[in-house]
Design a protein around this ligand. Sequence first.
Ligand code: HEC
Ligand code: HEC
Length: 323
Amino acid sequence: MQEPFPFNIRVSMAVWNALYLKDQRFVPDAGKTPEWNHGAYLVNGLAHCATCHTPRNALMAEDDSRFLAGGSLGTWYAPNITSDATNGIGGWSEAELVQYLQTGRVAGKAQAAGPMAEAIEHSLQHLPDADLKSIAVYLKQTAAVGGTEAQPRYSYGTPDVKNEEALRGATGTVDAGWRIFSGSCAACHQATANGTGNGEYPSLFHNTATGASQPDNLIATILHGVDRTVEGHARFMPAFGDAASFTDRLSDQDIADVSNYVLTQYGNPATAKVSASDVAVLRAGGKPPFLAQVRPLILPALVVVVLAVIAFAVLRGRRKQSA
Ligand code: HEC
Ligand code: HEC
């Protein structure tokens, strides 16, 4: 496929490569344990965690000063996984990290959907335990990078049965978000959002998708569902944004309402300001990166620059002649 301008120009790629391409072999750090070094080698070399988890600058290169501090993938958001206790995975034990990377689920903390589910299904679940342990050891020792969380994503919320009864009509008004929750979510996650005791369906409190300061992964999960098979066991949640889904398709407003309900009742209430247009943007694949937004302007801008240079040269020529 032909790349769009300016990426079709070899010179611009050469400039980008000179600025950002890392063409270095892994050099072990003699001051660290062999396990840490093996983890560093896997995270930076084979497993490409930074491709998703490190934010990118305006030219789409990874911002090394914010290594693993969280990046948007369009619809999904790959969260901060630095050692920071509030914004990253500082509060996860090594065993929990290994379990997450191997199975995609840690009760009372997080589940993997979207691109992370793919990374686990197709690659991480097949790594030997010792490799996953090394990755966990390395992650726990990365430089902590801060962010916008007030407390760890996994630490929000409690089940609230009384409130559910109130919402059922005792107060006279019925919350639009509760109505959708009750009809589309409670069958699996339970009316209390407690999940099921056997762990098949997770709780929606103490869940990083509902405790994060940005709602992208909650909205993306409702739009696209969960579909992750590990060791032959499928974890499946239907996609409510998909017209072909066997469940009722939810509108942008429905998804905003149920997100706000879940965030207020069980997650991070400060995040509960999701609007229908926020959902529409994620349904369409998310906000395009800066470079893609300005790309149509690059050619006109170059033409203007060239014209200005010509005009300048002509003017100088005239001035020299008249002098
Ligand atoms: C293809 C993109 C991608 C790659 C590669 C990737 N991740 Fe992720 N990761 C994500 C996304 C997206 C999420 C959020 C998933 C969700 O909540 O459903 C996530 C979530 C996580 C979480 C849970 C964080 C939380 O607070 O819920 C951990 C831990 C994690 N990733 C570690 C890693 C490690 C370690 C690697 C490399 C071995 C890696 N990831 C590679 C995209 C990626
Ligand atoms: C048919 C059962 C089912 C229904 C209905 C359902 N879910 Fe789920 N949900 C699941 C399963 C299964 C998982 C993933 C469990 C795992 O990964 O171990 C999940 C995971 C989640 C997660 C965590 C995702 C992540 O990436 O961290 C959220 C949030 C969630 N569901 C919210 C909802 C909401 C909101 C609704 C209603 C609009 C809903 N679910 C309806 C079964 C369901």
